[in-house]
Design a protein around this ligand. Structure first.
Ligand SMILES: Cc1cc2nc3c(=O)[nH]c(=O)nc-3n(C[C@H](O)[C@H](O)[C@H](O)COP(=O)(O)OP(=O)(O)OC[C@H]3O[C@@H](n4cnc5c(N)ncnc54)[C@H](O)[C@@H]3O)c2cc1C
Length: 416
């Protein structure tokens, strides 16, 4: 039985879409060419591109909660591609190209808004670091430019650039094509388009085990609804990748941390772009509903709790109020947390694993939303062919054995 988008929607809204008997049976009555674990943006985009570009529709996306209920629906939606190293530039710029046409591609308004992402420099170290990025990006043909403090103020009038600030703004790197999109629309757009091509999307169905055949290859997944056979399994379960991969006996170089965000009460449009400050840890944009969207930091300790320590948010708000004094009297509307999984070199892992038929896409840490279309696109290639896409090849799990790391730790837009 194929799930229609309507039944998916019904589930997401807490409806009573009936489960077909085979999902409750202990016997493996359902079988797929590929099962994707996790219906976040990355998993759904993977299914979409497998169907669209490879003609593979005998695919299921298995989700323990609801569509986009993980980090995809919890992030601050910042999109940019001005990373430092060539490998990162390639994958984030690949995604950037796909973002520009995504609403048309999916016939679903993902509200991608190229309003510009400005990364503030507060001292000489910042200036040199960001100028290095600007030069590296321009060599690669990627949009990024250096602007003065005065130009930063002109680009974002509410920003305080007075020299008396404790951490004065001395310039900024600006990526004009960077911006934001509506996060859950990305999940829904990919889900609807994949479902329309025949992909099954199964919510409220936790993967509890990965079954392997006598040769050691993947045979399918055990779930809370029963066993689902699969020739290939792609794990795209951000924050929980280690626990899912452990079901197949694979130990991952990942740590999971809570990461928080919050929004203010809605106000009229006053924030025209995205502003980020690594030095004092603050980033903010304004949603189309009028809320100021503010990202906090990761907790100092690993955890699977989808909330974080209050002092982490308080610290962020202190920094925001220093940069934007006009927001000091605003009230916070709500806050939340997600679980991000982080690799030692702060770059993702995309590709094969030591288990035949088992693939993984993870480790996007605090910055994987912007990669969603590109990540899904290259992972679809890997799942379909069994070989890494050229853009994804440097991000192999094997790099932690060879030492060929892609160290983006120092390149983060904000230090988490
Ligand atoms: C507060 C916050 C702010 C962020 N801000 C930004 C930002 O501004 N820009 C940016 O680029 N990135 C940002 N990120 C990071 C970004 O959200 C993630 O990197 C990205 O959304 C990951 O997408 P995903 O599809 O891989 O994961 P998810 O959307 O988390 O999807 C994984 C899915 O796997 C499911 N799952 C887990 N275990 C199982 C199981 N056993 N069985 C079945 N399903 C399972 C989960 O329920 C989940 O739905 C932020 C993250 C957070 C938490």
């Amino acid at each position: 039985m194929k799930f229609s988008f309507a039944s998916v929607l019904s589930n997401a809204l807490g409806g009573n879409a009936a489960w077909p008997a085979q999902w409750r049976s202990p016997e493996p009555k359902a079988s797929y060419d590929a099962v994707i674990v996790g219906a976040g943006g990355h998993g759904l985009a993977t299914a979409y591109y497998m169907a669209k570009e490879r003609g593979l529709t005998n695919v299921a996306v298995i989700e323990k909660g609801w569509l986009g209920g993980g980090n995809t629906g919890r992030n601050t939606t910042i999109i940019r591609s001005n990373y430092l190293w060539e490998e990162s530039e390639a994958i984030y710029e690949h995604a950037m190209g796909l973002w520009q046409e995504l609403s048309t591609e999916l016939n679903y308004n993902v509200m991608y808004s190229a309003r510009g992402v400005m990364m503030l420099a507060h001292d000489r170290h910042d200036v040199e670091t960001f100028k290095r990025h600007v030069h590296a990006n321009r060599l690669a043909g990627i949009d990024n430019e250096w602007i003065s403090a005065g130009e930063a103020k002109a680009f974002c009038p509410p920003l305080d650039v007075s020299p008396t600030l404790r951490f004065p703004v001395v310039g900024a790197a600006l990526q004009r094509c960077g911006g934001v999109a509506r996060h859950d629309a990305v999940a829904w757009g990919y889900a609807r388009a994949a479902s329309a091509m025949g992909v099954d999307i199964v919510q409220n169905c936790a993967v509890t085990g990965i079954r392997r055949d006598p040769s050691g290859a993947v045979a399918g997944v055990e779930t809370s609804k029963g066993f689902i056979g699969a020739k290939k399994v792609g794990v795209v379960a951000a924050g929980h990748t280690s626990t899912v991969m452990a079901m197949a006996g694979v130990r991952m170089p990942l740590e999971s941390y809570p990461l928080q965000a919050l929004v203010s009460e809605p106000v009229k449009p006053f924030m025209p772009c995205v502003v980020m400050s690594n030095k004092i840890h603050a980033y903010m944009s304004q949603s189309d509903k009028g809320e100021l969207v503010i990202g906090a930091g990761t907790d100092a300790y690993t955890s699977y709790s989808q909330r974080g320590a209050l002092h982490i948010s308080e610290h962020t708000l202190e920094a925001i109020c220093e940069l934007f004094p006009a927001v000091r009297r605003l009230r916070m509307l709500r806050n939340w947390g997600g679980i991000v999984d982080v690799t030692p070199d702060r770059s993702p892992i995309i590709g094969r694993t030591p288990v035949a038929g088992l693939f993984v896409n993870c480790g996007w840490g605090t910055g994987g939303f912007k990669a969603t279309p590109g990540s899904g696109h290259v992972f679809a290639h890997t799942l379909a062919t069994g070989e890494p896409h050229p853009i994804a090849a440097p991000f192999s799990l094997d790099r932690f054995r060879t030492g060929r790391l892609i160290d983006e730790a120092a390149a983060a837009a904000v230090a988490h």
